[in-house]
Design a protein around this ligand. Sequence first.
Ligand SMILES: *Cc1c(COP(=O)(O)O)cnc(C)c1O
Length: 391
Amino acid sequence: MFDQDTLTRFKALETPFYFYDLGLLNQTLQACKTAADKYGFHVHYAMKANFNPRVLAAIQSFGFGADCVSGNEVSAAIANGFKNQQVVFAGVGKSDKEINIALDADIFSFNVESVQELHVINQLAKAKNKIARVAIRINPNVDAHTHHFITTGLDENKFGINSWQLNDVAEALRACSNIQFIGIHFHIGSQITDLTVYKSLCIRINEIQTWFEDHGFQVKVLNTGGGLGVDYQNPDSNPIADFEGYFKVFKEFLNVKPGQEVHFELGRAMVAQSASLISRVLYVKYGQKKNFLILDSGMTELIRPMLYQAYMKIENVSRQAQDSGLKAQDSGFKYDVVGPICESTDCFQKDVSLPESFRGDLFAVRTAGAYGEVMASRYNLRDAVGSVYSE
Ligand SMILES: *Cc1c(COP(=O)(O)O)cnc(C)c1O
């Protein structure tokens, strides 16, 4: 929902663009910070969700760390003011170049995803006469109960090291003289709304940390990853994720020993609700079976619906402004809302109930702050998508 001043502002602007509500972003970050601080938990922001400089500046100002999945993200985190000792680096395919960037930056931890990677990091660290701190990313085989396209913690997924390989890990850790083992890392998937999933994760983490201790390793860091979901259906009534409920599960079920640190890597929950993709209707096509609204944005600006079958709320903000009592759901027209790209999958959503809509109407795709702007492409040689800020 946008106020009248914001809508007036939109009308004067060229579309499409991402609109960032920095007030809501700051409120969300404050809520996350307060909830984590209550238990002394450390939060690293997963930069891949959104690395817009204004967004990063806000996040960094709260003192969060950064969770990176590429060498360039490590460099960008540091360039944007994140402290090197608060940077963690995950990814199944870290290149030598990327590992060297992270070694030079002296980051807090490599989250290592295979035994082979451990040996490569050891070699590269040795060449620089450095000690690399590592956490072992273990695949806990916990079902995140989320869409299978964004599940990462099952045996069939490519991420992490499976528990039957732990003996090999222990052997490699003992052999690698330029590696310092600091703890264990997990990340089971994204858009997780069923918090009991995290209880299952805690139980697995407790078992695995016991395994490491029994094999003579001190586990200083428990990094539980991220994945907390947001409400894509009701962005206005539920603008801030349930950080309190989320951290409370870990407080209750994770077996935290004296001196141990608990780390989190949240992406989506910190940024998703604070942006919308704003577009205009270019054309309205009435057919015998279907009506189409063709927007001036598509999969090149926002690919989540096409890539993950993700639901994102679509609103005709022009019609809502004219008749504020009219809710999109109450209205009798149905449209497939599609983009202009030459691909049949370029459809935001089918059979959307909307007020009757016309060329020039402004549309918002809500909850677009995570995995939105960062995934934009220039396919069809489209213009780069713009960004507009509330302040
Ligand atoms: C993407 C990612 C995250 C963040 O996931 P969200 O669902 O956005 O919270 C955390 N950790 C790792 C290793 C990731 O790849």
